[in-house]
Write a new protein. Structure first.
Length: 478
């Protein structure tokens, strides 16, 4: 490679850089860069794509020193009197669920595990555990949960929407409708993407926008005397976020680039098979010239027969009656390795799994080196202890506080049921009730290695078979 770089300075504010090399194309040679007089500086700008992020709400500003005496004296970001924009566009977060099946499945599974297993009404005092259904508040509590609103929604479905929004955005809203007495009368889920937080003086409000229509709500007050009489209220649940007082970053957002990359891989393959040519090549003719009619035939053939999946594998035949004319086809595009796509998608899947705190067993995936159902039971327990249980208790506490101050119920509480993780015990119990299986067959089915057994004599084998048949007969007659 022969390269010469010559820098010429003139009186104007331009620097001409002349690059002479055999490997630089014409459009890249002799470029002119406009600069200001004085020193030439550079700045690195990151080009990493972050879906939906609003940099205006999360500036990298300089940390300041403040004296904070009370929470009310803390300075607030954002414009007062205007709705505050979330740091990440909620519409983008909702759309990202369509980009990756594992991401969407993780949100659904976490919601099912936390709020969709059913619920029980239980007494606060252990002394009432035998007759708590006779308490005056039990009927009031159960009737409200059986009919939480005039739209006919089931309470468990309202909870599911509340949980789906929380696991998607890490903030969610319930609309609380009070009667003339200030008691909780109805409960509705408010879709999080349609809601914006608004700060007016020291009060928090919520603006729901559906198209051009807007509706204002106040923050639910646990003090009945301070409860708003002019508008419905909102029970607000959100994660702590260091970048915003009013919104949160989803726990999976650190994997958003991998979710986007995985989606791009899928779209690339779809575009490759559906819209583009199946192969990229050059037809080389040596020792002769291709006339315009042949070129027209080649273009017509390629445009009609090398687009789409159904046209894969079709061939174009070229012939010449001159033995000195050679025709060959050379591939010019980089070969795409399917294995690299699969590897990249597996890596993206693993990143999504870590970001959500999930594991392959919860997803129902078979993985290399798995230890059997015993490992699966352990993974379910780990998921329940680290994700299901903490999130369920958090939502449960929020709801019980609402029922205590909204319905006036202080001797009963709502308890959300945990997801069943007794699959391993059920499996072992089922295997023990199958006497036609050998001990080693039971161990293998349970996920354990078989135990070496000494070779049994024919008489011993017959005795064992007879014993198994007797057990089977007893179970049939039982």
């Amino acid at each position: 490679m022969n390269t010469t770089v010559k820098k010429v300075k003139n009186g104007s504010n331009n620097i001409h850089i002349h690059i002479h090399t055999d490997e630089v194309p014409e459009f890249a040679k002799n470029k002119k860069f406009h600069v200001k007089p004085g020193k030439v500086s550079s700045k690195y700008i990151s080009s990493i794509f972050l879906p939906g992020i609003n940099f205006e709400n999360s500036p990298p500003g300089k940390a300041s020193s403040r004296t904070i005496a009370k929470s009310s004296s803390q300075k607030e970001q954002g414009q007062f009197g205007l709705s505050i924009t979330p740091p990440i566009d909620p519409k983008t977060l909702a759309e990202m669920r369509d980009w990756n099946a594992f991401h969407d499945r993780s949100i659904r599974l976490k919601t099912i595990a936390t709020v969709y297993q059913g619920y029980d009404i239980l007494p606060d005092d252990e002394k009432n555990k035998d007759n708590y259904k006779e308490l005056p508040n039990y009927k009031k509590f159960s009737e409200f949960l059986e009919n939480p609103n005039s739209a006919g929604d089931d309470f468990i479905d309202i909870l599911y929407g509340y949980g789906e929004d929380f696991n998607t955005f890490r903030y969610s809203y319930l609309e609380c409708v009070s009667n003339a007495k200030g008691e909780l009368a109805e409960l509705y889920n408010m879709r999080a993407p349609e809601v914006r937080v608004k700060k007016e003086r020291n009060n928090i409000y919520f603006i729901q926008k559906d198209g051009a229509a807007e509706q204002k709500f106040s923050l639910y007050s646990f003090n009945r005397a301070k409860r708003s009489k002019d508008m419905n209220e909102v029970l607000w649940l959100k994660d702590y976020c260091s970048r915003s007082r009013y919104y949160a970053y989803p726990d999976y957002y650190s994997a958003s680039a991998d979710i986007t990359l995985d989606r791009s891989s899928v779209e690339f393959n779809i575009s490759r098979f559906k819209n583009g040519m199946m192969i990229d090549f050059i037809i080389v003719v040596e020792g002769g010239e291709v006339d315009s009619k042949v070129l027209e035939d080649i273009n017509s053939f390629l445009s009609k027969n090398y687009k789409g999946i159904l046209n894969a594998g079709k061939a174009l035949y070229l012939n010449s009656d001159d033995p000195n004319v050679k025709i060959r086809i050379e591939k010019v595009s980089a070969e795409i390795k399917d294995a690299s796509f699969l590897k990249q998608r597996e890596f993206s899947r693993d990143v999504v799994m870590v970001a959500h705190g999930m594991n392959a067993k919860i997803w129902g995936l078979a993985t290399a080196g798995q230890l059997g159902s015993g490992e699966g039971d352990m993974m379910f327990r780990l998921f329940e202890e680290l994700i299901g249980k903490p999130e369920r208790l958090r939502i449960q506490r929020k709801l019980n506080k609402l029922f205590k101050f909204g319905l006036g119920i202080d001797d009963l509480h709502l308890e959300l049921r945990a997801m069943s993780i007794e699959s391993f015990k059920d499996l072992v119990t089922g295997l023990n009730s199958a006497p036609w299986l050998t001990d080693n067959e039971k161990r293998i089915e349970s996920g354990y290695d078989p135990i070496d057994e000494e070779e049994m004599q024919p008489a011993e084998q017959l005795a064992k078979i007879h014993s198994q048949l007797v057990n089977i007969k007893k179970q049939i007659n039982a």
